[in-house]
Design a protein around this ligand. Structure first.
Ligand code: BGC
Length: 783
């Protein structure tokens, strides 16, 4: 028998409980390990239980806190005054694991959960709504449980390649609308972990390697989402930059480096959106788990960034009660291992002051009031599919990067083509999507039938097979070239693919790199002999065009032998149409890379990925749950981010390495010229310059401003500080004026725990990519 504490009428009561899962408590290591495991296997489905039928909202209740003229803080205060301790604690944790693993024979649970990743029952007597959370990084996930359709948007990397704040707003607004329409009131999207480890299985969910670009994009996305009455969430705070051993990896990094890189992205996102929630991550940072790390949560996020919302743990990322509560964690998800009875006990014993408990509740309720959960509850209705198509296609068109276009191979002229070979990557049926908790169910299911299970093996659904959205490049290409013979070859046999290519005017080879939460890719090479496929096709046909559907950057040993390359990322439900529009010139590409493509992994700060070492002793092997036979390796290990400030392009600049494709790079079917740079220091530094469209097509140029700080600042050679997306008709010139935020010109002084502007000469650079900056001017600042 184990000792437990239960809540009865707001009082903590000591009792006894049977050891095991139901009613008992799962061991912490069990939980973290299981999460990684389940995601790796692709089978995690939280079955949180409340009372009643799915989607019931709390009945309208009258009370002074319902007075909309009062501030969210005042309304929260009034409401907290009415709550018992038991009620307060009930808002601070999910109820996932316990009931998920209820023993066989338990009565079927009644739930109001909509089946999203998280659910916290509200308090009907006070009109507190249920918190219905859904993962929604690239669209609303797990819609299938209630037969709901959601738009599979292009990946976060595609959105980031647009560098378009208005489009990021549209992306967030669409997700917000679809969450509302499906009855959810909180999103679990908003990932902005920087690309320190380009082999990361979740790069596709995030927004590249630059903190200002990522922070501003997520800021717009969260703002838009919250305008729809949905609580936004930025994650995974912080430095969860690799999936390998994510629950056991201890990130080692200096204060200055983290504040100026990964944490700056969160700072900008939080400040620009007033986001309601931040999810702390699985990993440790400098020896302390992120979800109980006072420097990250209390000192930085809450104090320095002025974050007024609540911090929720990643699923199974809570590791303590008192330590976590005092460090700034406000909500344990998805379970109540630490923030249920254990928290009640800690409050009653005085280990956690009641004032801190009330602050946790206050943060949650003030967010619910501020975002509109009490006043504007979601209304379940059918999603507007066509509005979703529109946004998905626009993002894919603005986010597909033209990496190479030798001899003007693109755009294709349909009238001049008699035959087109379309090869590889299931292009006859769909486009690839990213896996894990961000996976959006495609309408009709996976467009590619999963492989049958091996005899006696696990069913395919458990093997985390890649999912293909039903948007067929082959059909879209046929529609663009109705008079040409367009033939498809699956690309499994390079010889057969080359034979088709040889007999065709042009060959378009689709290649892919599946990535997913729960693991990193072993290397940046395309898997499944696809490099060999491209080489064989390119050798057979000089007009070979490669379309990449990847989550991460990839190496391209064949780059010199192909005419054109498009990086389409995971392009979403209208990906094929967007790709075809770009291939045939109905859309002029304008996207620029939000992350560097290295020539070789030898050029990375860590040429080999940092992996969890094998168990040192038997004690490292722990069963994820009492009673289960298998055990997992829980051995901790360190990853040393000793590249420090030099993340992404800053590394390549500082180390004098030539990337394959640089940050900020991307081609267009027209060309641009830059002139007339002026940098003037008034109240802030203002930069103006002219951009001219020197080609024959209308286009949009993403003009970028970088700054080199004075040498005494000890910074990498340059940093991105501003950009503008400039629409230009052929021959048109526009004057662009940008005011630089002084924060982005500053450095973080760890001794003073403050940002400061280093006096000296600042060199301002302007141009079309981090490696193509034709204009520069030096200004003195801070003197
Ligand atoms: C992921 C989060 C996700 C959560 C709920 C975790 O494993 O890391 O990003 O929001 O699960 O699905």
């Amino acid at each position: 028998m184990t000792e437990t504490w239960t809540l009865s009428n707001g009082k903590v009561v000591k009792g006894e409980n049977v050891p095991g899962v139901a009613g008992g408590r799962l061991r912490p290591l069990a939980i973290i390990s299981l999460t990684a495991w389940l995601f790796t296997l692709g089978i995690l489905a939280t079955s949180a239980r409340g009372q009643g039928q799915p989607g019931n909202q709390a009945p309208a209740v009258q009370g002074p806190w319902m007075d909309k003229s009062l501030s969210p803080d005042r309304r929260a205060e009034l409401l907290i005054g009415q709550m018992t301790l038991e009620e307060k604690i009930s808002l601070l944790h999910g109820r996932g694991w316990r009931e998920m693993f209820a023993p066989p024979g338990s009565p079927p649970p009644q739930t109001r959960s909509l089946g999203g990743a998280g659910f916290i029952p509200g308090i009907p007597r006070l009109g507190i709504p249920d918190l219905q959370m859904a993962d929604a990084a690239v669209g609303v996930t797990r819609g299938a449980r209630f037969g709901r359709y959601s738009t599979a948007l292009p990946s976060g990397t595609s959105e980031a390649s647009s560098w378009d704040l208005k489009l990021a707003h549209d992306y967030g607004a669409l997700i917000g609308r679809e969450l509302r329409d499906q009855g959810y009131n909180m999103s679990l999207g908003g990932g902005i972990n920087l690309t320190r480890e380009p082999r990361n299985g979740r790069t596709f969910e995030y927004k590249g390697e630059d903190p200002i670009l990522a922070g501003k994009l997520v800021g717009q996305e969260m703002k838009a989402l919250q305008e729809q009455g949905i609580i936004g969430d930025i994650k995974h705070y912080a430095l969860n930059d690799q999936e390998s051993g994510r629950n056991f990896v201890d990130v080692r990094i200096g204060k200055r480096a983290m504040r100026e890189s990964d944490l700056l992205a969160f700072e900008i996102g939080v400040k620009e959106s007033g986001v309601g929630a931040v999810m702390c991550s699985y990993n440790l940072v400098n020896g302390t788990y992120a979800c109980e790390n006072p420097y990250l949560l209390e000192d930085t996020l809450k104090k320095d960034f002025g974050f007024q919302g609540f911090v929720l743990s990643d699923w199974g990322g809570t590791h303590s009660t008192t330590k976590a509560a005092l460090a700034g964690l406000d909500m344990e998800m998805p379970s109540d291992t630490y923030f249920g009875e254990a928290l009640a006990k800690a409050v009653t014993s005085g280990e956690v002051p009641l004032s801190r408990l009330e602050n946790m509740v206050h943060r949650i309720l003030r967010t619910e009031f501020a975002v509109g959960l009490f006043d504007l509850p979601p209304d379940r209705k059918a999603v507007d599919v066509f509005a979703g198509f529109d946004v998905a296609q626009r993002v894919a068109e603005q986010g597909t990067v033209l990496l190479k276009n030798a001899q003007g191979q693109l755009p294709l002229r349909a009238s001049r083509l008699h035959s087109i070979a379309v090869i590889g990557s299931h292009a006859e049926v769909g486009v690839l999507s990213g896996g894990g908790s961000a996976q959006v169910d495609p309408p009709g299911g996976n467009a590619v039938l999963p492989l049958p299970p091996p005899p006696g093996g696990l069913p395919p659904a458990l093997l985390g097979q890649p999912v293909w959205d039903p948007s067929s490049p082959l059909k879209a290409i046929r529609a663009k070239a109705p008079h040409a013979k367009v033939e498809y070859n699956a690309g499994l046999d390079p010889g057969a693919a080359a034979a088709l290519a040889k007999g065709s005017d042009i060959a378009i080879v689709f290649v892919n790199q599946p990535t997913s939460e729960g693991g990193d890719v072993p290397s940046l090479s395309l898997p499944d002999n696809q490099d060999q496929l491209v080489s064989a096709v390119a050798a057979a046909n000089p007009h070979t065009i490669v379309v990449l559907e990847t989550g991460d950057p990839v190496t391209m040993p064949w780059i010199d032998n192909v005419r054109a390359v498009l990086e389409a990322w995971y392009p979403g439900i209208r990906g094929a149409e967007a790709i075809a529009n770009i291939l045939f010139g109905d859309v002029n590409p304008c996207a620029k890379l939000p992350l560097t493509f290295p020539r070789s992994e030898a050029d990375l700060p860590r040429p080999k990925p940092t992996q969890q070492p094998p168990p040192a002793t038997e004690a490292d092997m722990v069963s994820p749950f009492p009673g289960v036979r298998f055990r997992i390796n829980t051995r901790r290990f360190e990853v040393d981010y000793n590249e420090g400030l030099k993340v992404g392009y800053k590394w390549y600049d500082a180390e004098g390495k030539q990337p394959l494709f640089a940050f900020g790079y991307g081609l267009s079917y027209t060309s641009y010229a830059y002139s007339a740079l002026k940098a003037a220091q008034g109240e802030a530094l203002t930069v103006s310059f002219k951009v001219k469209n020197t080609g024959g097509r209308a286009g949009a140029e993403i003009a970028q401003v970088y700054v080199s700080l004075p040498p005494s600042a000890g910074e990498p050679p340059k940093r991105l500080v501003a950009w503008a997306k400039v629409q230009l008709a052929p021959g048109e010139v526009k004057l662009v004026t940008l005011t630089l935020d002084p924060h982005y010109l500053s450095i973080f002084n760890p001794d003073k725990d403050a940002w400061e502007l280093v006096p000296g000469d600042y060199k301002v650079w302007v141009g079309g990519s981090s490696r193509d900056l034709p204009l520069s001017e030096t200004v003195k600042l801070g003197q």
